[in-house]
Design a protein around this ligand. Structure first.
Ligand code: APR
Ligand code: PHB
Length: 395
């Protein structure tokens, strides 16, 4: 068995692990990332693409913001579509000047992978059987096998950035964890296509046939979704069936403007709200999807992962440079305050926009009344806008 020594061992090279690694490196803190898959697999996963300003700021701080600023699309509003018409929510006007940036998670990940490689930092891809040891004390270790040999990393801290299906949360004794979970009775069928966006801003549509979302990756690449049944299979959905269904769920003007084309990627994702508490166990810290999942309505997943990493990187920096335990001791509580607000918002926005099989006619009438209220009331629109652009860190 070979032994390596580092300060922070990071499990998982998704957005959370890569961002943490980059921020720590810039602060002079050594880290190694251990990843089960390879880079191509990670870049093949299509995820949401709306970044809050604080996420962009953190990417700048990590030194990976150049392409985001060059290619990201700044959006000042979103549109809500219902009853055959669209209603704009003026994000910037309602939040005193804030905006969001549309830039795909795949690109964020690619930028961080490139920066990590350029800095010569270690990422062990294809690491199998990662196991976490001794995190109830001050000398934690990570073991894994790679190319047939077993390796060990001795470290001060372990960061569990290995997503919902990772080993980190699973290594914690079940009695030490509280789990909160809700699974929604439908999925999202998503299509990526090289077609011009149907509108300049994102359209969130509540339609009697189900929810639809028109998003984009650039001015020439679109990402569209329709609510589908949980048991639907991608193979059942031809491109034509997808475009026809999307068109039906839009207002007449957008339906007419919709440009269709062959899909580059097509997948179905289930929707889930999930939180595991707490997020620290001795010298093990969970961050990102390892600790929480939001349904994608509102695109909070990546932003929340970045928010955890912001707290965690600062906690480690405080520990190493100021010998202060404050950030470490408050990590879980600070993250969770923000996480629960984003969980609430994502749950609310999901409930407002989707067709729920069980709520019946009264559910639809109440949804419609809430949508009418939302677009007609500055107070209600402001509540949506301030959550959409991202709540400030102090709240
Ligand atoms: N050993 C090593 N690596 C692992 C293991 C394991 N046992 N289990 C999982 N991983 C890796 C996965 O292969 C993946 O690359 O951890 C990484 C976790 O990445 P994500 O699932 O993307 O999670 P996270 O970095 O927290 O990203 C949060 O991205 O996934 C979206 O919706 C999510 O937008 C949110 C954001
Ligand atoms: C996306 O672009 O994939 C996206 C955008 C907004 C959402 C969810 C997904 O709310």
């Amino acid at each position: 068995m070979t032994t390596q020594r580092t300060q922070v061992a990071i499990i998982g090279a998704g957005p959370a692990g890569l961002l943490l690694g980059q921020l720590l490196h810039r602060a002079g803190i050594a880290n190694i990332i251990v990843e089960r898959q390879d880079g191509a697999y990670i870049l093949g996963r299509i995820r949401a693409g709306v970044l809050e300003q604080t996420t962009c700021d953190l990417l700048d701080e990590a030194g990976v913001g150049a392409r985001l600023h060059a290619d990201g699309l700044v959006h000042h509003g979103i549109e809500l579509c219902f009853g055959g018409a669209r209603h704009r929510i003026d994000l910037t006007g309602l939040t005193g000047g804030k905006h969001v940036t549309v830039y795909g998670q795949t690109e964020v990940t690619r930028d961080m992978m490139d920066a990590r490689a350029a800095a010569g930092l270690t990422t062990v891809y294809h690491a199998k059987d990662a196991a976490l040891h001794g995190f109830d004390g001050d000398t934690p270790r990570v073991t894994y096998s790679h190319a047939g040999a077993v390796h060990e990393i001795r470290c001060d801290f372990i960061a569990g950035c290995d997503g919902y299906h990772g080993v980190s949360r699973a290594s914690v004794p079940p009695a030490a964890l509280s789990i909160f979970e809700k699974v929604y009775p439908f999925g999202w069928l998503g299509v990526l296509a090289d077609t011009p966006p149907v509108a300049h801003e994102l359209i969130y549509s509540n339609h009697e046939r189900g929810f639809a979302l028109c998003s984009m990756r650039s001015t020439t690449r679109t990402r569209y979704y329709v609510q589908c049944a949980l048991h639907d299979k991608v193979e059942q959905w031809s491109d034509t069936a997808f475009w026809d269904e999307l068109r039906l769920r839009l207002d007449p003007q957008a339906a007419q403007a919709l440009v269709t084309g062959p899909s580059i990627e097509k997948s179905i994702a289930p929707l889930r709200s999930f939180v595991a508490e707490p997020m620290r166990f001795g010298t093990l810290f969970l961050a990102g999807d390892a600790a929480h999942i939001v349904p994608p309505t509102g695109a909070k997943g990546l932003n929340l992962a970045a928010s955890d990493v912001r707290f965690l990187s600062r906690a480690f920096i405080e520990h190493y440079t100021e010998r202060s335990r404050a950030g470490i001791d408050h990590y879980s509580e600070r993250c969770l305050r923000r996480i629960w607000k984003a969980e609430r918002f994502s749950w609310w926005f999901t409930g407002l926009m989707h067709r729920f099989p069980e709520t019946g006619a009264i559910g639809q009438k109440l949804q419609r009344a809430e949508l009418d209220y939302l677009v007609g009331s500055t107070a209600a629109s402001t509540a949506l806008a301030e959550n959409y652009v991202g709540l400030p860190f102090e709240v």
